[in-house]
Ligand binder design. Structure first.
Ligand SMILES: *[C@@H]1O[C@H](CO)[C@@H](O)[C@H](O)[C@H]1NC(C)=O
Ligand SMILES: *[C@@H]1O[C@H](CO)[C@@H](O)[C@H](O)[C@H]1NC(C)=O
Ligand SMILES: *[C@@H]1O[C@H](CO)[C@@H](O)[C@H](O)[C@H]1NC(C)=O
Ligand SMILES: *[C@@H]1O[C@H](CO)[C@@H](O)[C@H](O)[C@H]1NC(C)=O
Ligand SMILES: *[C@@H]1O[C@H](CO)[C@@H](O)[C@H](O)[C@H]1NC(C)=O
Ligand SMILES: *[C@@H]1O[C@H](CO)[C@@H](O)[C@H](O)[C@H]1NC(C)=O
Ligand SMILES: *[C@@H]1O[C@H](CO)[C@@H](O)[C@H](O)[C@H]1NC(C)=O
Length: 568
């Protein structure tokens, strides 16, 4: 019986592959050349196993998009009626036709996939490179990521059958040349005082918020409340951490004792580990970024539960794709944290292919639809996005530019000015969004011909908002250190959102959720910052100005005004 079955299957496969698909493959994605930072070492051996994922088209993407627009537009009668997990899954689940078409195609190569998300919009399987080459009519190579020295199996072009084009959103890994996700450099701002003990430093350096930011500076500057939150709060905040960054609980305790002595001394973060992450607790292995992210959330949110979402490198699902895993993990949770802050990124937008970028953005859209505010540090290379990037094709846009994420730029000093390192500009992948059109076009009009051809005036503009990223004091391995960059800005801004969510939900209201349409509709809720510019690519960069600008977005938080704008 068994052998008969397999004979039938092989026969059916043969039929399908020869009559339906064999001659109709067309190119799905292509890169002109190997991206900089990678070199081709050799073709990948046929018997090397590769973990592949295919992202299927959502059954009803336009339905989800429309539902999110209704929930997030301040003028909508159903404003902030976020969707349930089930509602989102109903939109996201691929339709039967899509699932069957893809399953049949894979079956012709004897491939069985398993769902990787509850909605089944993302499937995965492990196959030899030889099979992957035939499946995608390509030749996978081994590429050296010269920064990390790690080997990646990738290709510059692949094809799929023409009648599957509409069903398949992205195939990964293929043409996305992403190295490991890197933290936005928390630039060590004042290296001379590094490693000075706390006591010594306090004797010699008086608190001065213009030169050094500590939590009380932010509380004063933005009007952030200091009252301990009730333990019954429904607000939660998540911060991403990527290996090898470890968030140190002992350093957090030292930080709180020093800067928030008013809070219970046992406040800490909880940790969710995935993809082999460990979050080693050893002061000498504490990470600047991870300590910054946990200290400037727990240190500001007054007891709101804070989750360190710690993502490892090597996964059974593929190398260095933790960013996909983390978003899918949050999507699969019944009650994900309502704010999720990430201070890591790829160097620029073009590191990931358009289709993978869209698929990732769709995942963020699903979270946003459920009332999660997804925030990212905008990047630290000014108009060049990341320090050291090439500007051959104009100002390279940052990663991610997904319109469903809120990008946070940096300010410095008191009174605040735009920080020169802030990545700000315009996407080449996503168009300008309707909720930002007025604010952004007003800026573009002021700009006139300046930088014409160097930026994409029809692209999604960023950052959306900003917060301090000048010189922040953190504790690392028991000592003070000083860091700056948009890495600081995202957790600070996100903490403000978590506090507002607590107030809203305590009052029986919905959380803020997908922020962008609301932010742009409420300019009065932010401190408009009109001084500063973000040089890069051999230019002075963009200048801050009245209203939205590509250095400080709509401005920095004004807690009282945001509270009012939120309906409290
Ligand atoms: C998609 O969702 C919208 C909004 O709920 C609905 O009107 C439409 O019929 C749905 N389309 C499909 C193909 O299910
Ligand atoms: C197909 O998969 C089955 C189960 O894994 C395996 O036993 C069989 O050898 C495979 N056949 C081919 C032609 O690869
Ligand atoms: C990968 O690149 C790094 C840096 O250029 C180099 O040191 C290493 O030898 C390369 N690895 C291989 C296998 O070529
Ligand atoms: C704040 O610091 C900057 C340099 O970091 C300095 O130029 C400015 O004058 C200072 N402002 C005040 C009010 O001290
Ligand atoms: C922290 O201490 C307080 C008492 O000061 C106690 O009520 C609370 O349960 C403790 N929390 C944790 C997480 O241990
Ligand atoms: C896969 O694509 C669908 C849309 O086609 C999206 O809803 C989903 O979130 C994507 N998954 C990932 C992990 O990007
Ligand atoms: C500019 O942005 C638009 C809208 O997203 C896009 O269609 C276009 O391809 C972009 N132009 C370039 C040169 O990337």
């Amino acid at each position: 019986m068994l052998s008969q079955l397999s004979v039938k299957r092989v026969f059916a496969s043969f039929l399908l592959s020869s009559t339906v698909w064999a001659s109709t493959y067309i190119v799905h994605e292509k890169r002109e050349s190997t991206p900089s930072g990678f070199t081709l070492l050799s073709s990948a051996p046929d018997d090397q196993m590769i973990d592949m994922r295919i992202n299927l088209s959502m059954g009803n993407r336009s339905g989800l998009e429309a539902a999110l627009e209704k929930a997030s537009s301040p003028t909508s009668p159903t404003f902030r009626e976020w969707l349930t997990k089930e509602q989102v899954e109903n939109f996201a689940a691929p339709n039967t036709e899509t699932k069957e078409a893809v399953a049949e195609w894979l079956a012709t190569f004897n491939i069985t996939s398993t769902p990787a998300t509850p909605a089944g919009d993302w499937i995965k399987f492990t196959i030899p490179v030889g099979t992957a080459n035939r499946l995608l009519k390509t030749q996978f190579g081994i590429y050296n990521h010269t920064d990390s020295g790690r080997a990646y199996v990738r290709t510059t072009e692949y094809s799929i059958p023409s009648d599957l084009q509409a069903h398949v959103k992205a195939v990964h890994p293929t043409t996305s040349f992403n190295g490991p996700l890197k933290q936005r450099s928390p630039i060590t701002a004042v290296s001379v005082v590094k490693s000075t003990s706390l006591v010594e430093r306090r004797a010699t350096v008086p608190a001065d918020c213009n030169s050094t930011i500590i939590p009380s500076c932010l509380q004063d500057l933005y009007g952030i409340p200091t009252t301990l939150i009730k333990s019954s709060t429904k607000s939660k905040i998540g911060v991403a951490g990527y290996t090898p960054q470890n968030a140190d609980a002992a350093d957090l305790a030292t930080f709180l004792k020093e800067f928030r002595p008013d809070l219970p001394s046992n406040l800490t973060f909880t940790t969710e580990l995935y993809d082999g992450a460990t979050n080693i607790q050893d002061g000498t292995q504490a990470g600047l970024e991870a300590n910054l992210d946990t200290q400037y959330t727990v240190g500001l949110v007054n007891g709101i539960p804070t989750i360190f979402e710690d993502i490892g490198y090597t996964t059974k699902d593929g190398p260095d794709d933790g960013y996909l895993d983390s978003i899918n993990y949050l999507i699969s949770q019944e009650s994900p944290p309502l704010v999720f802050s990430t201070s890591y990124g790829f160097a620029d937008e073009s590191a990931l292919s358009l289709s993978l970028t869209e698929a990732y953005c769709d995942a963020i859209m699903q979270l946003a639809s459920r009332g999660v505010s997804v925030t990212f540090a905008s990047g630290d290379g000014g108009v060049a996005s990341s320090p050291g990037l090439s500007c051959e094709d104009g100002f390279p846009p940052t990663w991610p530019t997904c319109p469903y994420a809120t990008l946070v730029g940096a300010t410095q000093n008191v009174p605040e000015i735009g920080a020169s390192l802030t990545a700000g500009g315009f996407s080449n992948y996503f168009p300008q969004q309707s909720w930002q059109a007025d604010a952004v076009n007003a800026y573009i009009n002021k700009l006139g011909d300046t930088y014409a051809g160097l930026y994409n005036a029809s692209g999604r503009a960023y950052p959306d908002v900003s917060a301090q990223g000048g010189t922040l004091e953190i504790i690392i391995n028991g000592h003070s250190d000083y860091v700056g960059g948009t890495s600081c800005s995202s957790p600070i801004f996100s903490s403000v959102i978590a506090l507002l969510n607590d107030e809203l939900m305590s009052a029986g209201k919905s959380p803020l959720g997908f922020l962008n349409p609301w932010l742009y509709a409420n300019p009065q809720a932010f401190n408009d910052i009109t001084i500063g510019n973000n040089p890069g690519c051999g230019t002075e960069g963009f200048s801050a100005s009245e209203g939205w600008d590509p250095v400080t977005g709509m401005g920095s938080p004004n807690y009282a005004a945001m509270r009012t704008a939120a309906g409290l």
